[in-house]
Ligand binder design. Sequence first.
Ligand SMILES: [Fe+2]
Ligand SMILES: [Fe+2]
Length: 290
Amino acid sequence: MTTTGPAELTLIQVSDTHLLPAGELMHGRVDTFALLETVAATVASSTGPVAGILLTGDLADDGSPASYRRLREIVDPLAATFDAPVVYAMGNHDERLAFRAELLNGAGVPADHPCDSVHLIDGLRLVALDSTTPGRHDGWLTDAQLAWLADVLATPAPRGTLLIVHHPPLPSPVPTVHLLRLAAAKRLADVVAGTDVHMILSGHAHHAGAGALAGIPVWISPALAYDADPMPPDGRLRGLLGGGFSRIDLIDGQFVATAIPLTPAGHVYNNDRAEMVEFIRSVTPQTTPG
Ligand SMILES: [Fe+2]
Ligand SMILES: [Fe+2]
């Protein structure tokens, strides 16, 4: 039986898939294709409809056409299951020419042209900004991109806007991530301040995190490929096996981002949902304490 949760609208955000051609493992030990298959199976068997699938950068580890085709092997059927559009955003491991040719169905645009895009999903606008610079791993938005964004945001969308930027426009406690953050994020803050942007969705850091830019929440999705340890032993930096993805829900007029770990774990409980919701309702007064 198909059930629905409290969300009016649910988006799935998968970041940093770092796919490779068949037979290759990331860092010689991570099968990112298998991890993405797990995400697809998890989402396909979950509660409620999915309105959109957001792939927020570092989609291919090597930027090769073969890796992007493997991505679509999994993402296309998942999107078809929900009749959901897919938003592809660039990350610093992606290559614009192959990315555009394989994912955006448009080859032939010069590589120095950023892959920015606008989408409308059930009245919610999604703007994907390409924060990459060819040949570099840190984040940057050009003056032309920011001017374009200001132009797009000048007209509010019916349900407002979510902005996708691979590089978090935030400082980071992890020194390598801090070096590779979106540079001069104040320039972006000046554009989004006072607009209808509800939330900024990022990835890149390989660990979940949150902050704010111009008062707008910034969500850093966990990476699919592996976790960067945000509190390693003194003097060390570590990448840990395990990863995750995110769900972005609109509930009672508010957006909420939630990290979903992929690391297998035992059950503390595994109950019938309707029975458990009814139990919690039965022990929760329907009036506020005040
Ligand atoms: Fe990444
Ligand atoms: Fe990245």
